[in-house]
Design a protein around this ligand. Structure first.
Ligand SMILES: Nc1ncnc2c1ncn2[C@@H]1O[C@H](COP(=O)(O)OP(=O)(O)OP(=O)(O)O)[C@@H](O)[C@H]1O
Ligand SMILES: [Mg+2]
Length: 465
């Protein structure tokens, strides 16, 4: 299930170590425990450790300067530290050290492990080989690791190098403007202007002069010559946003500029040459508009030399945790009481929600939660009501309530789902009882020996019996 992150557990308390180790082993991680007296950084290096989970007091006692060294050993290494460090501010300022309080809560721990993995994905995307610089610039602004997004990044990188006109289509909030800016940034025009024009926001009768400029006296109120957006974008990029809202008379004029690369300011007698790259965007279906004759077919073909479609968020759900964690880090920055993460249940709800407002809606939600909740972990009850009715989850159900169980659209392997369900209940019981098997067995209505038998069968090494 996981691309096998290797996790090192460093804690002198055997009970906690076993609990954490069993919990993460059944989730598919490679777990190692730091042996007594073993050198910490050597172990991290030799065993290719990605994540360290540690009791902060323990680690500080064996490697007093670990905070200063941790980032230099491996910039992708994440340390999840629990307990009371006595020196919270310093830890909070290390971007690859995540903290959580004691007593340890396994759901919170799991949430931080997920966050650590998203952090590592982000960092490693920054250093993709090949078009490293371009990828870095892109991944700084556009986040995504799903196949369609990686394909999109490849396309943007290629397209940027040309001068071709680009038409970006996609639902509201999918990142069309971000993509347009990325194309400009990655092109040789990036030293010149990126000029956006929102064709839907400017009144029809003003749009022509806004685009092409006007000469003094050409209409009432034209007191002086004024340059239009085309002229301002000379040698740069003109971003025609909401192009589907442009009226027919202007569509003709735009077509002429695209054909001849020259335009006439309102009231001028001479045309003016211009060297601009056009990127247009719309959340309307332009082909349908062409069919209904609301949009000129010839203009449509001129604009869509390179068509780019940004898929809605619900078609790339694996980007959701990455986006959530990135926005979380962004909105958390420079706040002292930072929100730490999302519980597994809360994240599953977000992953199964349909996101009609796409990335913008998700960004706004995370910002609101950071402001309103401010610290700790987000549980389902912290989410606004509309996010609570997830129907499309491909993950197995995690609560015992019958009504929560939904058969995923693509079907499910019932044996592994039941197994996973059982595992989670067992782990929750052990978590709640601090690893005490007798009490956990009581909670599960099992004999203690049956519970131990199950743990063995599931290869959940769990202390000595
Ligand atoms: N892949 C992404 N990574 C990070 N942030 C994103 C991504 N996609 C969109 N956003 C953010 O979501 C918000 C909406 O993006 P943008 O304005 O580019 O969308 P849009 O498609 O132009 O929307 P609309 O159709 O409503 O104009 C912005 O704040 C943007 O930064
Ligand atoms: Mg937009």
């Amino acid at each position: 299930m996981h691309a096998n992150s290797s996790i090192l557990i460093a804690d002198s308390d055997v009970k906690t170590r076993d609990l954490v180790s069993a919990f993460l082993t059944y989730q598919g991680y490679n777990i190692a425990c730091l042996e007594h007296n073993a050198p910490f950084f050597d172990t991290v290096k030799k065993q290719n450790i990605d994540i360290v989970i540690t009791d902060i007091a323990h680690l500080s006692s064996i490697v007093p300067d670990f905070l200063d060294r941790v980032a230099t050993v491996n910039p992708l290494l994440v340390v999840i530290a629990y307990g009371n460090s006595g020196n919270g501010t310093k830890i909070d300022s290390c971007e690859n050290v995540f903290t959580l309080p004691k007593p340890l809560n396994l759901d919170e721990l799991e949430s931080l492990v997920m966050r650590a993995r998203e952090y590592q994905t982000m960092k490693s995307l920054d250093t993709v080989s090949g078009d490293a610089d371009q990828h870095q610039a892109l991944s700084l602004s556009m986040i995504g690791k799903s196949a369609p997004m990686r394909e999109l990044f490849g396309l943007i990188t290629k397209v940027a190098a040309s001068n071709a006109t680009v038409l970006i289509q996609g639902e509201s909030g999918t990142g069309k403007e971000l993509a347009a800016r990325a194309i400009h940034q990655l092109s040789t025009r990036n030293r010149n202007n990126f000029i956006p024009v929102n064709c839907a926001a400017i009144p029809d009768d003003l749009l022509e002069s806004e685009l092409f400029g006007h000469v003094k006296g050409s209409f009432t109120g034209a007191y002086a010559n004024r340059a239009g957006r085309f002229e301002m974008a000379d040698k740069g990029t003109l971003f025609l946003d909401e192009i589907g809202d442009m009226k027919a008379n202007l569509q003709v004029k735009l077509l002429r500029v695209l054909q001849n690369r020259e335009f006439e300011p309102v009231g001028a007698s001479k045309s003016q040459k211009v060297d601009v790259r056009i990127v247009a965007a719309t959340n309307k279906n332009l082909e349908e508009q062409v069919a209904k004759r609301d949009f000129r077919e010839d203009l449509y073909y001129r604009l869509s030399v390179i068509p780019i479609t940004i898929p809605p968020l619900r078609e790339r759900r694996e980007d959701i945790p990455l986006l959530v964690h990135t926005f979380l880090a962004r909105f958390n920055s420079d706040k002292r009481n930072a929100l730490k993460g999302f519980s597994r249940e809360a994240m599953e709800l977000l992953c199964s929600y349909d996101w009609p407002g796409n990335v913008r809606e998700l960004e706004n939600l995370v910002e609101r939660l950071v402001i309103l909740k401010g610290s700790g972990f987000i549980a389902p009850e912290d989410l606004p009501e509309k996010y609570l009715t997830g129907k499309h989850s491909s993950l197995p159900p995690v609560t015992a309530q019958q009504s929560d169980i939904q058969l995923p659209e693509g079907g499910i392997c019932i044996n592994s789902a039941v197994d996973e369900f059982e595992n989670r209940l067992i782990m929750q019981a052990l978590n709640r009882t601090g690893g005490n098997k007798k009490e956990a067995a009581l909670l599960l209505n099992l004999k203690r020996t049956t519970l131990i038998e199950k743990l063995k069968k599931k290869h959940l090494a769990f202390g000595e019996e």
